[in-house]
Design a protein. Structure first.
Length: 204
């Protein structure tokens, strides 16, 4: 069983349990934005949520399991943006996909911005060896979906080569979004427009 599948199977199935699970994640995201990775703890989460520690441990082994769930939720929401974007443009050909890369970057950034604690979640997915796999799984999924979309219109391009080029493009796209959380000297408009031009060339 993969780590992703195991995580999904541990999620609650009853409505009341799901509400508790969602409450814990909502509180954890808020706290993460306030205190960061090092200071957040299961005790802080429980106190803010008004729940006992056993209620949290029913769903999460430790704070890293909470961070993993937050990371998966954010990645899932970003991936949903990708699926909608592909559905809008894939039938119109490879040029349509290339011409709307900036839209994808902006829409992904917007859903990330709306996620409580997103900046710290992204840092955790880079910094913690226990969490890096979540980011890698998501970025590979994005690459797979983009490869499927482009390959429909580029039958003469080697699929393995296309995947590698798109994998690099995916990493660049996410990197610029994450950079904007920490670098106030660059406007999002400038960053997304520049990177979109770069990625249009990379996928040609």
């Amino acid at each position: 069983m993969t780590a992703a599948l195991a995580a999904r199977r541990s999620r609650p199935k009853q409505e009341r349990a799901q509400q508790t699970y969602d409450r814990l994640l909502a509180v954890a995201g808020e706290l993460l934005a306030e205190v960061g990775i090092d200071q957040i703890s299961t005790n802080l989460i429980c106190a803010r949520a008004g729940l006992s520690p056993p209620a949290l441990y029913r769903y999460f082994k430790d704070k890293y399991a909470v961070l993993e769930a937050l990371g998966r939720r954010l990645m899932d929401r970003q991936n949903a943006v990708l699926e909608r974007w592909i559905a809008r443009h894939v039938d119109d050909g490879a040029d349509a996909l290339r011409d709307h890369i900036e839209d994808l970057l902006r829409e992904t950034a917007e859903v990330t911005k709306q996620e409580p604690g997103a900046e710290w979640i992204l840092r955790a997915l880079h910094a913690s060896p226990r969490l890096i796999h979540i980011r890698l799984e998501s970025h590979r999924f994005v690459t797979d979906r983009l490869t499927d979309a482009y390959a429909r219109h580029l039958p003469d391009v080697d699929r393995a080569d296309l995947w590698q080029r798109l994998r690099l493009s995916v990493e660049i796209g996410f990197a610029v979004e994450e950079m904007l959380h920490e670098e106030g000297g660059i406007s999002p408009d400038t960053a997304f427009a520049y990177v979109a031009r770069l990625l249009r060339h990379d996928t040609a």
